[in-house]
Write a protein that binds this ligand. Structure first.
Ligand code: KIV
Length: 286
């Protein structure tokens, strides 16, 4: 029997059972295969690819085409996890019909099962339009990186009573609009706890403490793929940059001093087959 992907219903059941929900980002086929094998139930094809894959200094330049092609690669590399595709900056804010058209591309061309968009009350009508059309929508509040130019930096949000109340209102508006889960990014632990206890849908935290229903991290951050930067909230699950660098230096040295390739990586021609092919070229092949 074919193994079916995790559904939003299953993610909701995990909250009801009090079973923590791990989630991680992915942007390519190879990483997706490793995540699939780890058993992590949900993957975000995040616009964080702007930072960690494309080398931009924000997520703002990421396009719908970027996310469509990354989603399709991640879908090809997985069998089990629910794939959520991020809606890039200005792909959903202009009007609900534009949002629907772009979300449709992420689902139909990218193969994702759900989309995620940033913002609270202001985008609730868009979430409602997408949900009414049958899409599974994940919200994202607290620090919303697409608003970096208005926020003036990547800072903890909801630290005062009024801003904390606004984050709670945003969460409720998204839930009422039909979101199936909400990312809470960089908010105080107490606020994330209050929202998680208030909502009936799962909260997925990043830099929002232990009381969220699930946690998400950026693949490259948690695995230490950037030698110069690792956010405090990402944890230290591996430090791969120096390991990869060491392997590449060893490879480069081996090529330069002629110790790579060796016999083990070399292929030779079977002389008798060359003689045969001279008379019958169709015989030269594997
Ligand atoms: O794009 C992304 O990776 C995200 C996570 C930080 C939640 O939105």
């Amino acid at each position: 029997m074919a193994v079916r992907r995790i559904t939003t219903h299953k993610i909701q059941q995990m909250k009801l059972r009090g079973e923590p929900i791990p989630m991680v980002t992915a942007y390519d086929y190879t990483a997706a295969r490793i995540i699939d094998a780890s058993g992590i139930p949900m993957i975000l094809v995040g616009d964080s690819m702007g930072h960690v894959v494309l080398g931009y200094d924000s997520t703002i330049p990421v396009t719908v085409d970027d996310i469509v092609s990354a989603s399709a690669a991640v879908v090809r590399g997985t069998t089990r996890p629910l794939i959520v595709a991020d809606m890039p900056f200005l792909s959903y804010q202009i009007d609900a019909e534009t949002a629907l058209r772009n979300a449709a591309r992420l689902i139909q061309e990218g193969g994702a099962q759900a989309v995620k968009l940033e913002g609270g009350q202001a985008v609730a009508p868009i979430v409602r339009r997408l949900a009414d059309a049958g899409l599974a929508v994940m919200g994202h509040i607290g620090l919303t990186p697409q608003h970096v130019n208005r926020l003036g930096g990547y800072r903890v949000q909801g630290k005062t009573e009024s801003t904390a109340n606004q984050v709670v209102e945003d969460a409720l508006a998204l839930q009422d609009a039909g979101a199936f889960a909400i990312v809470l990014e960089l908010i105080p632990v107490e606020l994330a706890k209050k929202i998680t206890e208030t909502l009936s849908i799962p909260t997925i935290g990043i830099g929002a403490g232990v009381y969220c229903d699930g946690q998400i991290q950026v693949f490259h951050d948690m695995l230490g793929l950037d030698p110069d930067f690792r956010p405090r909230h990402s944890g230290n699950y591996a430090n791969l940059a120096p390991i990869i660098k060491k392997a590449l230096i060893r490879y480069s040295d081996d090529v330069k001093d002629g110790t790579f390739p060796t016999e083990a990586q070399s292929f030779y021609v079977d002389e008798s087959r060359i003689r045969e092919s001279a008379t019958n070229p169709a015989e030269l092949g594997d």
